[in-house]
Ligand binder design. Sequence first.
Ligand SMILES: Nc1ncnc2c1ncn2[C@@H]1O[C@H](COP(=O)(O)OP(=O)(O)O)[C@@H](O)[C@H]1O
Ligand SMILES: [Mg+2]
Length: 361
Amino acid sequence: MAAGASYKMIKGEGDYHLYVPLFLVGSAAAGYSFFTRQQSTGIQIPSSPKIAEPWNWGRKAGHQQEVTPFDLEGILSEVRKTPAKEQGDIVHGTNGSYLLQEQLSEGGPFGIVYRGQEINSGLDVAVKINDKYLDHLKGYLRAVEAVTNIAKYNHEGAKNILPVIEAIQQELALVTPYSHIGTLGMRIRRRVRLSPAKTAVIASDLCDALAATHAAGVLHRDVKPANILLRRNREKEEALLFDYDASLCERTEQLEQVGYAPGTTVYQAPEAHDDNVELKPTLDIYSAGISIYEMLTGDIPFNGDEIVILTHHQLTPLPKHPAIPKPFMPVLEKACAKDPEDRHQSAAELKEDVLQVARKL
Ligand SMILES: Nc1ncnc2c1ncn2[C@@H]1O[C@H](COP(=O)(O)OP(=O)(O)O)[C@@H](O)[C@H]1O
Ligand SMILES: [Mg+2]
């Protein structure tokens, strides 16, 4: 136990991306094991979700993952020599050179996101730079690899994963196409709630993205509206899943100090905190269910202190809400069942249910 480690709150995109003090302990190789402690009460919840072979989980025959090992030690020694990037700097990659413009994120545990522009083509991009917690580099780069590889699969759902323009190892930068619309999280805050029809369209895109992710043997582990980007594609608006940073997150000393644990409690399934449960795609299905609930109602089902929310997810049935059309409720209840076995077992199954309900409305 990392006694005496500092406590810190980390804020993401303004909303629930907030972490209580945590101590991460245990073996990174075997999965994770950590304690959550609420600052005010000091209550501890032992917790160590295990992810068996995160790289191999659920991989289907024929899905050959091309993994080029990164020269981590080499990158680390180089990167540590260079000062942190900031607004106005140019980041050089192989596909272009990107001028860092205004900061888009407050800076989560994995770094700061800037709006950027490729200086020759003028292409608008988003550049996420992980120069804050270098120890996290390994997990970060593996996540980048995972996303890039998911997109490479010939899976229909890859269309709903935010493409990566390039991952610049030397700069610790991930470059993606910029969306002027922003995230679903921003949309919900602005418009309060979405119509059931619009919800079904976005939920269907999200399920496609998750199907591709799971087929690639990866769990996202932080599905929430703030990690769903909206983009206009011709006349249609589409939703793209992004921010795979939590999916392969490993324990590191620096993350331990800042108290980061993968995921966001507000959207997190009960088993995310269970010692003995092997995490499966049903983990993401649960968070998708909570996200759909939020799209329909403009609100999250469980509010309160971190520990209160966590307990609700474990014990309290999903509350009914006047904005949820009656036929939608059983679908949400199934997606958000406490027991992973009772949920939709695949993203495709959830999508089918959502679309079936939407057709009847
Ligand atoms: N491609 C993009 N287009 C537009 N905005 C983006 C893009 N990528 C990230 N952002 C903005 O930056 C925020 C943080 O990005 P994210 O990768 O989720 O980092 P964090 O680790 O802080 O959650 C997003 O919520 C969004 O507002
Ligand atoms: Mg995010």
